[in-house]
Write a protein that binds this ligand. Structure first.
Ligand code: GRG
Length: 310
């Protein structure tokens, strides 16, 4: 009989054999090329330029890569998921543009460059966000090939729900409500981040598997994996806001403290926050056990979330 210890040691061997840097470099290059092609510039050029400015400004491309990895895990091809992967990056970029606006977080730098409104003005930045948001859904519907229409509709619905009032928008509203009040209860902080950050990461993983035709039980396991990495991602984000430099982050460091924002380190301290993130990553990876070796990219991506420097 195979024991849990045997499985753990097998996973350790698989993890050390998997080259995450090479995997990330390959997927990032594929995503960059697809994004570059996704939005051609036409009249009125100003809006397409503004959309492309933020979309092509770099970034880790974690969301599209999670979508591609999950599709592959479920037996799909990169082509089946690439339009959705690009759309996920478009809506993520949209949320960054709007988050940086003076009415929200009011930031001057993002991805190491001036924020969209600093370059194009607030009016165009709002419209560039709106353009990316709507174009993302058009892009999935018009470009997804060799996937049954019913799966495409389910992926679109999943993404729309994750990004709307039941997800990212809802999380952002509660975040704004608690601005300047550092005594946020941990339940509220969890609500904010499972919605504002976690919901989109969950949609990435679920949409990828959905497009490949994964059965309901696999979708449930992947959703549970994604919820855990989503929260860990935010805890690490809060830690980096304190420990990393503006240059490394590509956005203004120390903003949470400056805005008197409640964060996981402000509630638990840095060490306990690191421990909680690591526990969540272990629990996320445990959800992948039934998938065996083919889940290695998702396992390594979970580790990447805690080990990242920006
Ligand atoms: C959703 C319709 C709609 C509007 C937007 C502004 C807003 C409402 C929501 C804010 C969402 C937000 C910015 C959440 C923070 C998520 C987060 C931690 C982003 C940083 O992600 P990284 O580190 O960034 O993956 P890169 O640049 O690498 O992609």
């Amino acid at each position: 009989m195979v024991s849990t210890k045997d499985i753990d040691s097998l996973h350790k061997q698989e993890e050390s054999a998997f080259d995450l840097s090479a995997y990330l470099a390959e997927k990032q290059a594929q995503v960059e090329a697809a994004l570059e092609r996704a939005i051609p510039v036409t009249y009125p050029e100003k809006i397409y330029d503004a959309m492309r400015y933020s979309l092509l400004a770099g970034g880790k491309r974690l969301r599209p890569i999670l979508c591609l990895a999950s599709c592959e895990l479920a037996g799909g091809t990169p082509e089946m998921a690439m339009p959705t992967a690009c759309a996920l990056e478009m809506v993520h970029t949209m949320s960054l543009i709007h988050d940086d606006l003076p009415a929200m977080d009011n930031d001057d730098y993002r991805r190491g460059k001036l924020t969209n409104h600093k370059v194009y003005g607030e009016d165009i930045a709002i419209l560039a966000g709106d353009g990316l948001l709507t174009y993302a859904f058009e892009f999935i519907a018009a470009n997804t090939k060799n996937v049954p229409a019913e799966r495409v509709v389910r992926a679109i619905a999943q993404l729309a729900r994750a990004f709307g009032p039941a997800g990212v928008v809802g999380g952002q509203v509660v975040d704004l409500e608690w601005e300047g009040k550092p005594d946020v209860p941990v339940e509220t902080l969890n609500f904010i981040h499972t919605h504002k950050t976690g919901a989109l990461l969950e949609a990435c993983v679920v949409c990828g598997a959905l497009l490949a035709g994964a059965p309901a039980l696999d979708l449930q396991r992947l959703s549970s994996y994604a919820k855990k990495i989503g929260l860990a991602f935010q805890i690490v984000d809060d830690i980096l806001d304190i420990t990393a430099t503006t240059e490394k982050l590509g956005k203004t460091a120390g903003k949470d403290l400056q805005a008197q924002k409640a964060t996981y380190p402000s509630l638990w301290g840095l060490e306990e926050s690191r421990r909680q993130a690591s526990l969540l990553i272990d629990a996320a990876k445990a959800e992948l056990d039934p998938f065996g070796q083919k889940a290695q990219p998702l396992r390594s991506l979970a580790d990447f979330i805690t080990n990242r420097s920006h």
